[in-house]
Write a protein that binds this ligand. Sequence first.
Ligand code: SF4
Ligand code: SF4
Length: 72
Amino acid sequence: MAKFNVTFNEALCKACGLCVTACPKNLIKLNMEVTNDSGYTPATMTDIESCIGCQSCARMCPDCVITIEKND
Ligand code: SF4
Ligand code: SF4
């Protein structure tokens, strides 16, 4: 199991890309295959196993879309 769980409240994402830039491991991308009800392509994780739980993405998001939990 991955050390951390990173979830996105896709409905709130505005696809600003700030979390993509903020991740030091370059693990987040905008999912061009999904469009939320507001018409944006929401952010998503590419490789949860590589997440170091730094919270940089969650702190950067202006809309509190991202939640990070530590797995036991
Ligand atoms: S917690 Fe850190 S390493 Fe994990 S996705 Fe967010 S910015 Fe990247
Ligand atoms: S920073 Fe927040 S609103 Fe912007 S793309 Fe990332 S999850 Fe979406």
